[in-house]
Design a binder for this molecule. Structure first.
Ligand code: NDP
Length: 285
């Protein structure tokens, strides 16, 4: 296994560019199992959220791994039902207790609804008192992104949004570049879409390097500067997804993959639909 890459964020913290995501990994037990496997393989970055209802499993895996806490990057996310200056402050304490840690490496606002400005103040306070090291946004793609940037005392270090070769987020990357904000890609493998994973261009490049199509996609993400955390519950795929640091795509190969852009999102709910559905996802505790 070759060396993983790290990115230095605009707050000076160093994040592993590749991690494992646990969205839709059902329950704490399976999440613990997946994260233990991943940590054993060499992953040092886990992306969870209160809404995934599996943060306890993440914490249990980090503890049982025996890996020093400071060597594992843990990201979680607050849901809009916990936004607001004092509500978010209390929610952060509860989150730390749930995970069983005394600081988070990164905390994101999961969605761009509710009192996100109040919540951002609470995140800034948590950085000041050491409960959180880095803070960022998730799914802020509307003008609400600039609204937060306009009032923030601490800039977001990342913006986590749907990103893959069919939807590369080039315009959004231009909007965040002046602030030194790094793009984190969710659905990096198109949520497992066989059409994306089966694209001929990945097969051709992969045969040159002895890599699978998924590995070529993940390598492309890292070379265009994205942070990625593909999800799999299968040990073999967890190993495969990590094994992308011993080859480098040429500029021509990166350009060939860039040509796949087609404005195709897998998550297609409008902002109005998302806002109306928020209460359906309120995390249990
Ligand atoms: P991914 O793009 O990572 O795709 C996951 C799917 O791809 C699974 O079905 C998995 O199946 C399959 N897969 C994984 N590895 C391979 C491989 N090597 N070859 C073929 N298929 C593979 O989608 P996710 O939805 O999981 O997104 C990744 C992460 O992004 C999430 O886990 C979460 O942390 C984050 N996220 C954040 C969101 C947000 O709102 N902030 C929204 C959505 C995701 P199998 O398990 O069977 O291997």
């Amino acid at each position: 296994m070759n060396d993983q890459t790290y990115i230095v964020l605009n707050d000076g913290n160093r994040i592993p560019q590749l991690g494992v995501g646990v969205f839709q990994v059902a329950g704490d037990d399976l999440t613990q199992q997946v994260c233990e496997e991943a940590l054993g393989l060499g992953y040092r970055h886990i992306d969870t959220a209160h809404a995934y209802q599996n943060e306890r499993g993440v914490g249990a895996a980090v503890r049982s791994s025996g890996i020093p806490r400071e060597e594992v990057w843990i990201t979680s996310k607050l849901w809009p039902s916990e936004y607001g200056d004092s509500a978010s402050d209390a929610a952060i304490d509860k989150m730390l207790k749930r995970i069983g840690i005394n600081y988070l490496d990164m905390l994101l606002l999961h969605q761009q609804f509710g009192d996100y400005l109040g919540a951002w103040k609470a995140l800034e306070a948590a950085v000041a008192d050491g409960r959180v090291r880095s803070i960022g946004l998730s799914n802020f793609e509307s003008e609400r992104l600039e609204e937060v940037l306009g009032t923030a005392k601490i800039l977001p270090s990342v913006l986590q949004v749907e990103t893959h070769p069919y939807y590369q987020q080039l315009a959004l990357k231009e909007r965040i570049a002046p602030y030194g904000i790094v793009l984190e890609s969710w659905y990096p493998l198109g949520h497992g879409d066989p059409e994306l994973l089966g694209e001929q261009v990945f097969t051709e490049i992969g045969s040159k390097y002895g890599k699978t199509n998924a590995q070529v996609i993940l390598r492309w993400h890292t070379q265009v500067g994205n942070i990625v955390f593909p999800r799999s519950t299968k040990p073999q795929r967890l190993a495969e997804n990590l094994d992308i640091f011993d080859f480098t795509l040429t500029d021509e190969e990166v350009s060939g993959i860039n040509e796949l852009e087609r404005g195709k999102r897998y998550f297609t709910m409008t902002l109005e639909e998302q806002e109306a559905n928020l209460s359906g996802f309120i995390p249990a505790d």
